[in-house]
Ligand binder design. Structure first.
Ligand SMILES: *Cc1c(COP(=O)(O)O)cnc(C)c1O
Length: 432
C-alpha cells in the first residue's frame, strides 16, 4: 500500500515512511492510495472471528509487506488485548465502551499500534526515533503507556501545568524509562506551538529523528477502525445496521469509522457529535467550512477549532457536500446540555457517562427521535473517573476507580518544569 499526501506536493510513500515521518514534507496528511474491501464472507461471519484475527485481516492490506506476518500478528494482538464491550443503555441505544485499555481512553488502541510499528521500524535503521507530542490530557497518557519500554524510541510529552486532571497527570508523569514529561507553564496552545516549531527547526531535525504521535500519523489513525468492526460483531440485528455517534474533536476517530464503512462495514448513518467547537457540524449544515479558535469546554479532549482529519473526511467523499451529508449528521452540544445528559442518563438508566460520551449520547438520542425505527451506538471514549469533578457534581455519587488504575495513585510524579518558549525546548532537546 502506498500513501499520498493530501496536499499533492510530495511523493507517495510506503506505510513505513508514512509512519516514521508522520506528516508529508508538504505538510499534507497521508492517505491510502486505495481503500481495501473487506471480504463479504468475513462480514457475514464476523461473529466467528477472534479480535486479533479480525484485526489482522483489517490491518494487513494497509501495512502490506512492510511488516512480516508474524510481527504484524503480534502487534495487532498486543493492540487489542483488552475488551471492547457493547453495553445496552436504553432499548434503542448501546454504549461501545472504549475505556478498558491501560489509560482508560480509546486512544490506547492507536497509541499501542503506532508504538509497536515504530519500534519494529526502528530496528531496521540506525539511531533512535524521538516522538514529540503535545497533549491536553488523553493523548499524552496513551502515548506514554503505549511507548513505554519500546526499544529505539524516546518519547517527550509536553503538557500544560495545572490544566490536566489528576489521573491524566499521573498517567503522563509516572512512567519513567524512555518517557519524559515536560510540564509547561503555559496553555495547551503553547505546548502545541512549541512542538510545531521543533518540527520546523533545522538544528533539531538534523540532530534528532523527530516524529509526532497524534492522529495525523496513519499508524495511529488506521487501527481505530478495528473497534467499529468489534461493535458490529456484537450488534444483534444484522439486518438493521446501527447508527453510530462519535464524540469528535480532531475527527480522527469518526474518519476511521467512515473508512471502515467504505471498506464494507455495514453502518446506517454516522453522527459527528461536537461540543461548542463545531466547525465541522457548521460545515455539514451550510456547506462552508470555517475553522474557529478553540474554546474550552468540559469535554476538553474535543476542544479543537480546526480539526486536522477533516481533510481526510473530505477525501473519502471526493469533496462532495451532498455525499457527506447523506452519511453524516452533525450536532452541537453545549456544556449545560452535556451536564443535563450525564444527570438524566444516570437517573433514567443508572449508567454513568463521561462528558465526551455524554455529547455523543445526546446527539444520538436527538437523531433517533427523528428516525424512530432506527437504533444506535455511541462511542464512550473515556472512563468517567478521568473527569470526576464534572461527573460527580451532577450525579451526586462517587465514581469507583477501576482496579487497573489504582496502582497509579501510589506512583511518584516526575516532570521537568519548562517555560512556554520554543527556545527552552530547543535548548533542552539539544543538550540532553
Ligand atoms: C481524543 C478524544 C476525543 C476526540 O477524538 P478525535 O479523534 O480527536 O475526534 C473524544 N473523546 C475523548 C475522551 C478523547 O480523548
Amino acid at each position: 500500500m502506498k500513501y499520498y499526501s493530501l496536499n499533492k506536493q510530495a511523493p507517495s510513500v510506503s506505510f513505513r515512511e508514512a509512519t516514521v515521518r508522520g506528516q508529508a514534507p508538504d505538510k499534507g496528511l497521508y492517505f491510502p492510495e486505495n481503500i481495501p474491501t473487506v471480504d463479504a464472507a468475513v462480514i457475514r461471519n464476523i461473529e466467528k472471528y477472534p479480535a486479533e484475527e479480525l484485526g489482522y485481516i483489517i490491518m494487513q492490506p494497509y501495512v502490506g509487506d512492510e511488516i512480516d506476518e508474524d510481527s504484524l500478528r503480534r502487534i495487532v494482538s498486543e493492540t487489542v488485548d483488552f475488551s471492547f464491550p457493547l453495553v445496552p443503555v436504553s432499548p434503542s441505544i448501546a454504549s461501545l465502551e472504549l475505556f478498558h485499555g491501560p489509560t482508560l481512553a480509546f486512544k490506547d488502541v492507536g497509541a499501542r499500534f503506532m508504538s509497536r510499528c515504530l519500534g519494529h521500524f526502528s530496528k531496521q535503521q540506525n539511531g533512535r526515533i524521538t516522538v514529540l507530542v503535545a497533549t491536553s490530557g488523553d493523548t499524552g497518557g496513551a502515548v506514554a503507556n503505549g511507548f513505554l519500554g519500546v526499544e529505539g524510541v524516546e518519547v517527550v510529552i509536553l503538557y500544560p501545568s495545572g490544566k490536566v486532571s489528576d489521573v491524566q497527570e499521573l498517567q503522563l508523569t509516572t512512567c519513567g524509562q524512555n518517557i519524559t514529561a515536560l510540564e509547561v507553564q503555559g496553555s495547551f496552545d503553547d505546548c502545541q506551538a512549541m512542538v510545531k516549531d521543533a518540527f520546523m527547526d533545522v538544528d533539531l531535525t538534523h540532530k534528532l529523528q523527530l516524529t509526532s504521535a497524534n492522529s495525523i500519523n496513519v499508524a495511529r489513525w488506521l487501527p481505530q477502525q478495528l473497534y467499529y468492526f468489534f461493535a458490529y460483531q456484537q450488534w444483534k440485528d444484522k439486518n438493521a445496521p446501527p447508527v453510530i455517534s462519535v464524540p469528535s474533536g480532531n475527527f480522527g476517530n469518526i474518519c476511521a469509522g467512515l473508512l471502515a464503512h467504505v471498506s464494507g462495514l455495514p453502518v446506517q448513518h454516522f453522527i459527528a457529535a461536537c461540543n461548542a467547537n463545531d466547525a465541522v457540524a457548521a460545515y455539514l449544515d451550510s456547506g462552508t467550512y470555517q475553522p474557529k479558535t478553540a474554546v474550552p469546554t468540559i469535554s476538553n479532549a474535543m476542544d479543537v477549532g480546526n480539526p486536522s482529519n477533516f481533510v481526510r473526511v473530505l477525501e473519502l467523499f471526493k469533496g462532495s457536500h451532498k455525499n457527506i451529508t447523506e452519511k453524516i449528521s452533525g450536532y452541537t452540544v453545549s456544556d449545560d446540555t452535556t451536564r443535563e445528559t450525564i444527570a438524566n442518563v444516570y437517573k433514567r438508566f443508572n449508567y454513568t457517562l463521561d462528558p465526551h460520551g455524554a455529547v455523543a449520547f445526546y446527539a444520538l438520542e436527538r437523531y433517533l427521535s427523528d428516525h424512530p425505527q432506527q437504533k444506535g451506538i455511541f462511542l464512550e471514549t473515556a472512563h468517567p473517573v478521568k473527569f470526576p469533578e464534572t461527573v460527580e457534581a451532577v450525579t451526586g455519587s462517587r465514581i469507583a476507580v477501576p482496579l487497573s488504575a489504582q496502582p497509579l495513585f501510589s506512583k511518584e510524579k516526575k516532570s521537568i518544569l519548562m517555560d512556554p518558549s520554543f527556545g527552552s525546548l530547543k535548548e533542552w532537546l539539544m543538550n540532553r
